[in-house]
Design a protein around this ligand. Sequence first.
Ligand SMILES: NC(=O)C1=CN([C@@H]2O[C@H](COP(=O)(O)OP(=O)(O)OC[C@H]3O[C@@H](n4cnc5c(N)ncnc54)[C@H](OP(=O)(O)O)[C@@H]3O)[C@@H](O)[C@H]2O)C=CC1
Ligand SMILES: CC(=O)N[C@@H](CCC(=O)OP(=O)(O)O)C(=O)O
Length: 349
Amino acid sequence: MTNKLRAAIVGSTGYGGVELIRLLASHPLVEVTSVISSSSAGTPITEGYPHLTNIRTELLDDVNPQEIREKADVVFTATPAGIASKLAPQLLDAGLKVIDLSGDFRLQDTALYEEWYKKEPADKAYLEQAVYGMSEVYGDKVRGASFISNPGCYVTATVLGLVPALQAGWIDPSSIIIDAKSGVSGAGRGASLGTHYSELNENFKAYKLNKHQHIPEIEMVLSDAAGREVVTTFTTHLVPMTRGIMSTMYATVQGGRKAADFIDLYRSYYEGRPFVRVRGEGKWPMTKEVWGSNYCDIGFAVDERTGRVTVISVIDNLVKGAAGQAIQNLNLMMGWDETLGLQFVPVYP
Ligand SMILES: NC(=O)C1=CN([C@@H]2O[C@H](COP(=O)(O)OP(=O)(O)OC[C@H]3O[C@@H](n4cnc5c(N)ncnc54)[C@H](OP(=O)(O)O)[C@@H]3O)[C@@H](O)[C@H]2O)C=CC1
Ligand SMILES: CC(=O)N[C@@H](CCC(=O)OP(=O)(O)O)C(=O)O
């Protein structure tokens, strides 16, 4: 018998799921007791992931809420959009805590979800139970919650880079343009034409222009911070690298603030929040500097000629953008130190 919290992972054969397995393997208070697959139940997990040899040796479990309840106290759903909307209610009804990594419970407005995800939204009664897990912005709500909707990867890098300035009224909310780039693991493990080697290697492309499903989520958080409706231009690009997101954001500065002022403001906003690191003047973060870690690193430049600030924000999409943030949320839900199991240094070079 263990006295650790028992965790199950649905979607454990995907990139988000396997990253949860990697990170939770060194969490001091959590034990993964069920790794679940809708397509490969009964198969050893090492079949698809030999790197887990001697780390996890069990057969994959089926998706069965009652059986999951017998084995676990908390479930991570790392499944494509449209799955957790149906599954999470069953898991919650079975008495489990749930952390959903998909977009199914992030937008309270069901019409917005249908418009941007092109899927049937979750039942409103369950949507209303979901707490949006951007803990650096909504920390008090995350503490003690039972059902967390983990933010989108691009959204995390972007809003952590904009919320303090918007909340302080230092940038014009109507002037924001966001230019974001992601490594290919952001698209999941499934093979596709757009992500296979010869399409991606030595290439750099924009995609989903003005149609990306993270636009309404970004606008939701930014509007909240600004205290008025924020509409923004958000463009995503695919970069030929495995992990990492860089969000480059532009906005018109109000009140003549300089880069040093932004640095002071952000350091004060994120004081006591160990996973956001604000760089000094003239220092802009690279994706490699957060690779494999739960950090979000942010840097600034203010151009006095144009009156605009450029904010650079980087994360590892699979850690702070997905599995790491989900574990950070679990730590807060359980009333633990938010850094438990997440205190690793980025892999460099
Ligand atoms: N990759 C990233 O950087 C990020 C991903 N996310 C989100 O996290 C979720 C998981 O992403 P990711 O791991 O990259 O995706 P993957 O495509 O790599 O994995 C998703 C997994 O979901 C499982 N699955 C598929 N259909 C079902 C089903 N009907 N019931 C139960 N499980 C199912 C599959 O495993 P099996 O066939 O074994 O069941 C699959 O391996 C997605 O919603 C994604 O948008 C969020 C932030 C960042
Ligand atoms: C590189 C790449 O393709 N990235 C994905 C991120 C998907 C994701 O994380 O989707 P949800 O957060 O909505 O679940 C994309 O742009 O759609």
